[in-house]
Design a protein around this ligand. Sequence first.
Ligand code: NAD
Length: 262
Amino acid sequence: MSNDGVRTVLVTGGARGIGRGIARAFLQAGHRVMVADLGERGEWNYDLASESTMQDVVGELGELGEIDYVAVDVTDDESCRRAVAATVERFGRLDVLANNAGVVDSGPIEEFAEADWDRIFDVNVKGIFLMTRAALPELRKSSDAAIVNTASIAGKRGSPRMSAYCGSKFAAIGITQSLAQELAPDGIRVNALCPGIVGTAMWLDHLMVGQGNDAFQDRMSDLIPLGHPQTVEDMGEAAVYLATARNVTGVAHSVAGGLEMS
Ligand code: NAD
């Protein structure tokens, strides 16, 4: 943390969806944000973000505070190191790492492609490892350092056709608990944010593709005890809390409208 209490936050997968909500919330809380996302549109079963998506988010959120963007592929060690270096070059420091980049795929286990399984684990699990390892030398310099890993309620209970995704999110929670203990002596808090159901590309372009936002809202209002899906603003609020609470580490905090209660 700098003397004025302003922290620098690096948000992976920050160009859109939940990452964009996290970026907005940190800016609104007075911090500086580096959005890190794919520089070129990645090959996947639905469109991922790209440099132009990052330009959009910087344009949209720029009036709230200091924000910039950098291309990263969280599955590539050199790329992670460059993203951290670019953040320090731009803002002079790094205090909070939000490991939020993620991909989803679903399907029966016998038909699930090995390459898709590997990609999900590369982004959702190895990405946390590589980004954390790259960021730690800078985080250790901060007096108010924190890591927030976007896991999921899918990291607390399995679902049919979701072995790869659920497995990757269980792993994210295990990594969070391990790092929380390992880094506690250095004062670095590590928590997991577990979103419930948020109407981002993961749902609208994949899990309920072609059904539209109204069908999504209707289905979720039946399913979720509080009667509505979660928003990216809900996730931003929780991420700021998890990165700020001085005495909270190692938790996997559900923001799910009661759909998941542990
Ligand atoms: P999203 O697809 O809008 O956002 C994911 C972002 O990650 C995209 O901007 C994408 O470009 C980026 N990304 C993908 N691969 C990357 C890579 N290799 N390197 C860097 N960036 C990469 O979906 P979202 O819902 O906003 O997802 C954000 C996080 O929230 C993910 O970790 C996801 O698993 C998690 N999550 C989402 C929900 C939900 O209901 N939407 C629920 C629980 C958890």
